[in-house]
Design a protein around this ligand. Structure first.
Ligand SMILES: Nc1ncnc2c1ncn2[C@@H]1O[C@H](COP(=O)(O)OP(=O)(O)OP(=O)(O)O)[C@@H](O)[C@H]1O
Ligand SMILES: [Mg+2]
Length: 413
């Protein structure tokens, strides 16, 4: 459990302790080892369970809580202390920090703040030397025109990620009016983005997961609103809150954007770590791509993250050559996905991801490789520059439609 922060909590108030517990229980970065309702007993609890960090709610008796912190500082110096209080008075914060607390969080604690504090504690304790990101990776899928393949790609990236038991993955359908990710996953959701938005401040992680629809692949879906009248409820601010909650609860969040590039879409792009911009090799699509890239280039929080992915490579009619397309777009193509209409349509109609529907198809391997690359896999060029065979069939196949990357290998970290 080296990726997880082991915690003990003390809070004499049953109600706030329960609230805190349910918040913590849904977080992948923590493991709740022990809980306690009395300050007097807590140092023994810590001595026995030896947690990495202790959360001390101070409102059941500030002085006793401060004495406890002093005691822990001497008795269990390796245990980091996080303090919580309704009072944010400067003197109290000072005393708390002097007593040994590493973090002070105001009550009621916001899930994003708590998650941030725990991430910092985790970083300080274990560092990032293993190269693993303990936080959440968010991948946005946008397209240069309608029907370019965004939902197909988003759903399959989500399912690919979810197939790894170490990951917990949510897919958000942000195509608010016409989204169809639920069709691709053959699911009838009970709740939508509107329900989660309206209840975001009351949801703990258990309720959040219950509000999402779980597909057999392990992927959790947060679908678009049901009623057109509800679309206005989804604003940049409300989306920030929902994404904050999702980020605190899942290791990966995949977002299928609308094609309107609204403020809500742009907020999702801002918050994402990776942005996939899908294009097909036809004139209207490429023209849109050029316009979009010009606009996105001006947005500091977005431009570095954009990766151009060409979909349906090999489709004959109306196609422009890749060379010409690169010249037109004026930047590198990050990845190419081959054309395979039959497999893609069967996948959607059967509500099964590619890895289940057609595990050996070239398109499945391509989307798997794209997933790996977005998730931090490395490309290593062979020194000879020759097209060398790569051990795993999966990489071999991928090389066949990766012009100019002969001999490249994908190395998963
Ligand atoms: N690589 C591919 N090869 C063949 N067909 C594909 C490929 N990717 C997507 N398609 C097909 O293209 C059509 C549109 O795909 P999809 O719904 O994923 O696009 P979209 O960008 O989400 O569309 P919308 O703008 O309506 O949201 C579907 O019929 C899908 O099966
Ligand atoms: Mg779509």
């Amino acid at each position: 459990m080296s990726n997880v922060l082991r915690l003990a909590i003390v809070d004499p108030n049953d109600q706030s302790r329960e609230g805190l517990k349910s918040m913590l229980l849904g977080m992948d970065v923590v493991w709740l080892d022990a809980e306690c309702s009395r300050y007097e007993f807590f140092s023994d609890v810590v001595e026995q369970s030896k947690p990495d960090a202790a959360i001390i709610s101070m409102d059941g008796g500030v002085d006793r809580a401060l004495v406890l912190m002093e005691k822990l500082r001497h008795q269990s110096p390796e245990c980091s202390i996080l303090a919580l209080s309704k009072s944010t008075e400067g003197q109290l914060i000072l005393k708390t920090i002097r007593a040994g607390a590493k973090e002070f969080l105001p009550m009621p604690v916001e899930v994003e703040e708590l998650h941030g504090a725990l991430e910092r504690t985790l970083q300080a304790k274990f560092g990032g030397s293993d190269g693993k990101t303990r936080g959440c990776k968010m991948i946005a899928i946008a397209g240069a025109t309608g029907g370019v393949g965004c939902t197909s790609v988003a759903v399959n990236i989500g399912c690919n990620l979810a197939s790894n038991a170490e990951n917990s993955v949510a897919l958000v359908d942000l195509d608010l009016a016409l989204g169809d990710a639920d069709v691709f996953l053959d699911s009838i959701p009970d709740y939508s983005l509107v329900d989660v938005t309206e209840n975001v401040s009351r949801l703990d992680f258990h309720l959040l997961r219950k509000s999402l629809t779980k597909h057999s692949s392990g992927l959790y879906l947060l679908p678009r609103p049901v009623q057109l009248q509800d679309l206005d409820l989804i604003t940049p601010d409300s989306l920030r809150k929902v994404i904050g909650l999702l980020r605190a609860s899942f290791s990966h969040v995949v977002i299928d954007l609308s094609k309107s590039f609204s403020q809500v879409d742009l907020t999702a792009l801002e918050l994402s770590n990776e942005i996939v911009l899908i294009v097909q090799l036809d004139l209207p699509c490429l023209r849109n791509m050029v316009r979009l890239l010009m606009s996105l280039q001006q947005m500091e929080s977005i431009r570095e993250k954009v990766k151009v992915v060409v979909n349906r490579v090999g489709l004959e009619s109306g196609q422009i050559s890749l060379k010409k397309a690169k010249e037109t777009i004026g930047r590198e193509v990050f990845f190419q996905i081959p054309n395979d209409y039959r497999t893609m349509v069967e996948m959607r109609n059967n509500g099964q991801p590619l890895i289940e529907q057609a595990p050996k198809a070239a398109i499945t391997l391509a989307v798997q490789q794209l997933t790996d690359l977005l998730n931090g896999a490395e490309i290593v060029q062979s020194e000879s520059g020759e097209k060398t065979a790569v051990d795993k069939g999966i990489a071999n196949n991928w090389l066949n439609f990766w012009p100019g990357k002969a001999g490249a290998k994908v190395k998963t970290k």
